[in-house]
Ligand binder design. Structure first.
Ligand code: ATP
Ligand code: MG
Length: 285
């Protein structure tokens, strides 16, 4: 039986999270990240540890069947691969930054400016769409020092907290795009490999759903149940169990992480008490 070859970053920001994701999908990898290849014990996959820059090319050629890497690298390399699923980690912005004392008047500021970046393709496309002429200076790393040493007027780079920009006397003036880790796939997988990928994807979605949701338990007077059920739709509808105290019930449901605090405020207003919120390990919808 054939195996699905999954390329992940050998060492860097994505390595641990990629391995964690596979582990949460129940895929146990038998050796550490020192080797180029590792087999999974209980799932028909083989892991290839590579530089993230090389993953799009390997996936296009079928050396790897799928890969996990930042969308920024996928877009920049522009290979014939399919983005199968966004993975919700390694989020960052790709932004334009200029020296902090410069006056920024809007995107036309960049007309005829020289911009240093490791992402020339993404940047060129951005300015082509806006019909603004710029000179792009491609450099491999340490982009943030390019203005300080007189290489360029501005930079285009990955920004997460902005502290690197600040330290180098720069300010972010345009967010060009946002990126996160994604699963990409070769465009002509055979049916056997496609079946394995579908299985993997099913598990990835269960892990992602779980991390985006919380399980919530609370007690409420029966008169408040109607309002609470409208606030907490749950996966189908909330579970309602009578408490031994007359006129009270316990409600169990699922709530989205990002709606969580708004929901809690409403529940308290409706008279909910003893609210417990617990993490979900897997969630199949
Ligand atoms: P490799 O040696 O594999 O080429 P790299 O140096 O290109 O590694 P990393 O710095 O490990 O790459 O970053 C990998 C990815 O993590 C980036 O391409 C991006 O998608 C994402 N990322 C998220 N936040 C940041 C950040 N603050 N700085 C850099 N990358 C980030
Ligand atoms: Mg790289």
């Amino acid at each position: 039986m054939s195996k699905l070859k999954i390329a992940i970053q050998k060492s860097g920001r994505l390595s641990e999270k990629s391995l964690n994701l596979l582990e949460e999908c129940g895929i146990k990898i038998s050796n550490g990240d020192r080797k180029l290849k590792a087999e999974a014990k209980n799932f028909p996959v083989e892991i290839l540890f590579l530089r993230d820059d090389d993953i799009p090319q390997y996936v296009e050629q079928g050396v790897a069947d799928v890969g996990i890497l930042g969308q920024n690298e996928v877009w920049e390399k522009d290979k014939k691969v399919t983005e199968v699923e966004k993975l919700g980690f390694a989020g960052c912005k790709l932004s334009l930054a200029i020296p902090k004392d410069e006056n920024y008047s809007g995107i036309n500021y960049f007309e005829n400016k020289k911009i240093a970046t490791s992402y020339p393709k993404i940047l060129q496309q951005f300015f082509d769409e806006k019909s603004i002429n710029v000179t792009i200076e491609e450099i491999g790393g340490s982009v943030e020092i390019a203005t300080g040493i007189g290489l360029a007027d501005a930079i285009f780079d990955i920004v997460s907290t902005g502290s690197t920009l600040l330290m180098n006397g720069l300010k972010e003036v345009e967010v060009v795009t946002k990126s996160e880790a994604a699963l990409i796939s070769n465009q002509s997988l055979n049916t056997e490999k496609q079946t394995i990928l579908d299985k993997l994807l099913f598990r990835i979605k269960a892990v992602k759903n779980a991390s985006e949701n919380k399980y919530i338990l609370l007690n409420a007077p029966n008169s408040a149940i109607g309002n609470i059920c409208n606030t907490l739709p749950g996966m189908k509808s909330p579970t309602i169990l009578p408490l031994s105290e007359e006129g009270w019930s316990s409600l169990h449901s699922v709530v989205k992480e990002d709606e969580f605090w708004d929901v809690i405020d409403k529940l308290k207003d409706y008279g909910a008490q003893g609210i417990l919120v617990v993490p979900i390990e897997k969630m199949v919808v």
